[in-house]
Design a protein around this ligand. Sequence first.
Ligand code: ADQ
Length: 458
Amino acid sequence: MSRLVIVSNRVPVPDKTGAASAGGLAVALQAALEKRGGIWMGWSGNSSDTEEPGPLALQQQGNITYALTDLTGKDVEEYYYGFANRVLWPICHYRLDLAEYGRKEMAGYFRVNRFFAQRLMPLIEPDDTIWVHDYHLIPLAAELRQMGLKNKIGFFLHIPWPPADVLYAMPVHEEIMRGLASYDLVGFQTDHDLENFAGCLRREEMGDAIGPKLFRANDRTFKGGAYGISIETEAFAKFARKASAHNMVSKARASLENRDLIIGVDRLDYSKGITQRIDAFEKFITSNPVHQGKVTYLQITPKSRSEVPEYEQMQRMVAEQAGRVNGALGAVDWVPIRYINKSVSRPILAGLYRIAKVGLVTPLRDGMNLVAKEYIAAQDPENPGVLVLSRFAGAARELKGALLVNPYDIEGTANAIARGLNMPLEERQQRWQIMMDFLMENDVMRWCDDFLKDLLED
Ligand code: ADQ
């Protein structure tokens, strides 16, 4: 069995006790690495003060070598905050209006990818299979190929892929497309993303599909496919079952004073539709006075990418909006929205999902959205809650029992919240069962196996 080399921007190195702090994705990839032996390489998260970062820091844990590199401050600014998060992220989430193109940042992105390739190249053995993750590292295979690497290289994109009209607004779209065409397998979250990718190849005759899941572009033939990422369904369900005993969850339940709980859990990101969701909650309360004082909406939203101006602005906006709605609707004995800017441990999160009657997952655009899947896995089969899910999340292609909404339609989302809270037990159970059966079969291990099988198969 060939060794596996995983490359991603950040690496979830297990702590000293050997326990990984990260979620299901890390667990699945670590299991794949443990089985085959291999390397997980990425950025340490640190920036060095020197011109040239020091050597790779290697750390062996069982069968896995973690290889971390620092980047210079300029690299972090241009590659990470600049091109990855201010050009690729907004473009892939259909936000042309938020993309900030700068030559410096674009050059930085390609430079750091070359640097990653230079550091990785000496570690690779002839039989190794390489699996690159996400939008930070699209040009990595092209750089490795230029250095003469012949190994199989796969790529998985965790975020959506936009249609040609959106992608082509980005000045370096051709280099990015050529970058993708340098892999042996390019994986997307959904068939929609895969179709968009094929459309981008066709638009200016750069390439085309030449068979089912087979493409030709840039003088190369390569595979493409849709592989919906998932969670460790069984483990998460177990967390949730045990969580009711957790002190924090008991306290949360007691503090609800028999009010129904609606839960939203997202990184603070404009793609997650948090402001539209608060508007929808407000609309739901004003249109359904019987629920006044009877429901609490808990939004758990750790800050992310605060160095990017759009995110900093959003932090202020959401906090102000939650405060305004609480001021307008609240009463002496009722705070309608509880807004928390902190990370919560996974067992507690599972427990909170379980006591929530409605899971509100309404991104404006999302590659998959694991919160939607976690919410389902955490439910009590005897008395499951209802998932209200954006039609623009990849998860909407899979979770057929959810109440699908258009997050831009505030009234429609408000109506779905009301429908969720009032749904009879039998319908809730039927809807939940369809989704839980799907998630039990299609967990994150399956996702990992499916991708690697297609990458390794000739
Ligand atoms: P994200 O945009 O980060 O991921 P998502 O898929 O929802 O979005 O994953 C977020 C993860 O962080 C979940 O596991 C969730 O439990 C956790 N999380 C969020 N808020 C938390 C909090 N307050 N405390 C603790 N944990 C919290 C990107 C893409 C998605 C894609 C994933 C995986 O944007 O579309 O589904 O990668 O491919």
